[in-house]
Ligand binder design. Sequence first.
Ligand code: DAT
Ligand code: MG
Length: 148
Amino acid sequence: MQRTLILLKPDGVQRRLVGTIIERLERKGLRLAGLKMVQATPELAARHYAVHQGKPFYDSLLQFLTSGPTVAMVWEGREAVAVARALMGPTDGTKAPPGTIRGDFALSVQNNLIHGSDSPETAAAEIALWFRPDELVEYQPVDAGWIG
Ligand code: DAT
Ligand code: MG
């Protein structure tokens, strides 16, 4: 079953949208495999966003991700990476369509509430960055036959 890393970034926590966003992921049929609250260090933020190093928004992005607590989660399910990205909507809140998380709750490009891995390979690396293996829980979902 595919897994993806989801971060509810500091704006999501500060704006008390954690429950609302988790509800959307759960309602879709994705299931939680891990969850914790983290104050990201500059080192963790830099490793997480290493791909954006050198871009004009990089320093501001690191400052944002370290500016308060983040809720880090691993979600799993069929095509979890693409499904979570579709629920999130595109990066810029002004372009994200209504019905998506960013479309419904974000106006900013940077402060767009949620991170989701962009490929299964990225997901594996990002999950290893944010979670120890023993922080992820394997269990048999009782509704698997209905949700797939
Ligand atoms: P996404 O989070 O949709 O995967 P991304 O990986 O391209 O987007 O960029 C990572 C984060 O960096 C994004 O969530 C917000 C910020 N960002 C991206 N492009 C930006 C820009 N042009 N100006 C300011 N922040 C930007
Ligand atoms: Mg990205």
